[in-house]
Design a protein around this ligand. Structure first.
Ligand SMILES: [Zn+2]
Length: 381
């Protein structure tokens, strides 16, 4: 979609992208949780409101570098990030999505499923546990995960070609945290629809820009959808949309569609542009607050070791002495020599900054208050 030196909106195709200048000053992070330097370009479409990076030469070179060194779930030794529900029970993210799919769709006992951007196969494995007789297919940039994928029951094939070259058709095509990475999202969605067998279902999961400020600083995420902008893109691509929700998993949009006649666009709800602008200002304020807190602290630490924590670590680096994490698979490890300790083992003299959205940070701080840790909450949004 590059027109000479200009870019058209990835969602509506209009030439109305406005660059959000302060974003270039923010440090970033990769989707596999490594600090990444400042210098990105975030734009918002004046027509449809879609927040997006520009897939310019610099961005393409950056994603090449990021994917060459990609290590999925490195801190937890390859096991998938868990989601804690209100009751404190933990389940892998893809297990929650599989349960939602099984509850939403009439799933036949047998069928073919293709996961586009399958990584090391965690979603395929979860699906297989509810429908063990389905044949599993994956699509990825490289064959690096093939040995691991081959261990899945009923694993059939890994495609590393362009989606357009896949000749098979599938009963379900999933894109779980992959569409936001794709340099040409409209084309990717069209190709995913084309791969559906008659009556087949497309399932897409992406971060929700309305509720996840930290997603903006993920360097390899091109698109930052709201429910309205994802619906807009889906309808343009020819989706017959059944579900667009942001309450199946926290901070994410769940989208379910079939192949339909390209419909008129019926985007409803916030386009996410106001949220994206507010997030950029809040992220800047958060870095400043953490820097001020680190200057006052005798020993400064960061709560968590996931995306937002690694992003903040990249901004502060030498001021960070330790990490505190509730995820037992990460406790006892370290980040570039800085220990990851359990909340109960936090040193008495440490000041721990909590880089989470204010409502979640408040819950964490209240829950761990009995431990007497000197927590610092993020700025109010
Ligand atoms: Zn647009």
């Amino acid at each position: 979609v590059e027109v000479s030196d200009r870019f058209l909106c990835q969602v509506c195709g209009e030439d109305r992208l406005e660059v959000i200048e302060p974003f270039a000053r923010l440090p970033r992070v990769t989707s596999d949780c490594k600090p990444w330097p400042a210098g990105g370009t975030l734009a918002i479409c004046g027509e449809c409101g879609a927040a997006q990076k520009l897939p310019d030469t610099a961005w393409r070179e950056e994603i090449d570098r990021i994917y060459r060194g990609y290590e999925i779930y490195q801190l937890s030794s390859g096991s998938e990030q868990v989601i804690f529900d209100e009751g404190g029970a933990a389940a892998p993210r893809s297990r929650k999505l599989t349960d939602f799919l099984a509850a939403t769709l009439p799933l036949a006992p047998r069928g073919k499923l293709l996961d586009i951007g399958c990584g090391n196969g965690s979603a395929l494995g979860s699906f297989s546990s509810v429908r063990p007789d389905w044949s599993l297919y994956g699509s990825e940039l490289t064959a690096a995960a093939l040995p691991r994928l081959r261990q899945l029951p009923q694993f059939a094939e890994l495609f590393t070609c362009d989606l357009a070259e896949i000749g098979e058709r599938f009963d379900i095509v999933t894109m779980i945290h992959s569409l936001e990475h794709m340099p040409r999202p409209a084309r990717a969605l069209e190709q995913a629809l084309r791969l559906l067998a008659p009556g087949g279902t497309l399932f897409v999961e992406v971060p929700d820009v309305e509720t996840s400020p930290f997603d903006l600083v993920v360097a390899d995420h091109l698109m930052h959808f709201s429910r309205a902008t994802l619906r807009h893109l889906g309808e343009k691509a020819g989706c017959d949309i059944f579900v667009v929700r942001n309450d199946v998993l926290p901070k994410e949009i769940t989208f379910v569609a079939g192949r339909g006649a390209p419909a008129g666009v019926s985007a409803t709800g916030p386009d996410g542009s106001a949220a994206a602008r507010a997030h950029v200002a809040w992220l800047e304020a958060l870095v400043a607050a953490a820097q001020a807190s680190a200057r006052r602290a005798s020993r400064f630490g960061i709560f968590g070791t996931s995306i937002s924590a690694m992003w903040l670590y990249g901004a502060l680096k030498n001021d960070v002495a330790l990490f505190v994490d509730e995820d037992s698979t990460r406790v006892g490890r370290n980040v570039e020599g800085r220990p990851i300790s359990a909340p109960a083992d936090t040193p008495r003299d440490a000041t721990i900054f909590v880089p989470l959205v204010p409502s979640i940070a408040a819950k964490v701080i209240a829950r761990l208050a009995p431990l007497g840790i000197d927590f610092v909450a993020p700025p109010v949004a």
